[in-house]
Design a protein. Structure first.
Length: 293
């Protein structure tokens, strides 16, 4: 009870006077102190998004939802309202970058979601080309004898036609698989080979699509904010989401063989254990989870 009373008194009375005293002593408003005192990246962006700042600062609350083209104007409006001199270029730069990161995260999620909603269509030539590209990247020395073929099981699909395996993640699942195979070809082939282990083997493509769902859910619930804010000094792009996916694929393979599950029947149990491990890593404000070329 006392905690609630203190919280009420602080937010409604004491905080105002504390801010006034600090501004008198430092000559800076709260937003200037936050952006100037926090390290670049996640610490700065997340500090700016703190509940007290957002709740008490209408212009800032609106600014985190703007498009990239409007960010510069928002920066000027915020500086004008808070009576911050335009010549304070350090503050202006920090605010501009943080707003790009925050609004860019929202835009990235929408782009990923839109791709996920696109169903795989075997009548779409571009979809088919990507699927064949995946085969050629992973199996360069073996020709695909037919579009509908048992050969698809060799790279970890469940049946004769891979399109049925993309239902949950749509085109996003295929795009992720192709991206990893194209940018980390040797690693992808090595992991595919390991996935055929007689005892510890797993379905490479199916697990890859499952990891797409993991990456997507972490993006959706905001867990990737610290990672992306540390990774990108500006707008996060689809490329950065794909890079995180590549990290998951590589690390899951290592995790699976280190854990040595009794059989693939225990996949969900170990998948959840891996998921919890990744969520724990993402709690670190300095986190960056990527593979290096």
């Amino acid at each position: 009870m006392w905690g609630h009373i203190w919280g009420f008194l602080y937010s409604n009375y004491f905080r105002f006077w504390l801010k006034w005293i600090l501004r008198l002593l430092t000559g800076k408003c709260e937003l200037q102190r936050v952006l100037g005192g926090a390290e670049a990246g996640a610490r700065r962006a997340l500090s700016m998004m703190s509940s007290f700042l957002i709740k008490s600062f209408t212009v800032l609350r609106n600014a985190v939802h703007v498009e990239e083209a409007e960010v510069e104007k928002c920066v000027r409006d915020i500086m004008k309202e808070k009576k911050i001199e335009q010549k304070d270029t350090g503050f202006k730069t920090n605010l501009h970058i943080s707003l790009l990161q925050i609004s860019g995260y929202k835009k990235l999620y929408l782009n990923v979601e839109n791709l996920r909603k696109v169903p795989y269509n075997s009548e779409n030539e571009e979809h088919e080309e990507q699927l064949i590209e995946l085969w050629n990247l992973l199996m360069p020395y073996e020709n695909l004898k037919a579009r509908i073929s048992k050969q698809w099981c060799d790279i970890g699909f469940q049946g004769d036609d891979p399109k049925t395996d993309f239902r949950g993640m749509g085109l996003l699942g295929l795009v992720n698989l192709v991206y990893f195979s194209k940018h980390y070809t040797s690693e992808a082939r090595q992991i595919l080979s390991r996935s055929n282990h007689p005892k510890l083997g797993y379905s490479y493509a199916i697990v890859g699509i499952n990891l797409t769902e993991m990456a997507y859910s972490l993006l959706k619930n905001g867990a990737l904010k610290a990672h992306l804010y540390n990774m990108v000094s500006g707008l996060p792009q689809m490329e950065h989401f794909h890079q995180f996916y590549c990290y998951l694929v590589y690390e899951f393979d290592k995790f699976w063989f280190e854990e040595e599950p009794e059989s693939i029947m225990h996949f969900n149990q170990y998948r959840e254990k891996f998921h919890e491990k990744i969520k724990g890593l993402l709690l670190d404000c300095n986190v960056v989870l990527t593979l290096q070329d």
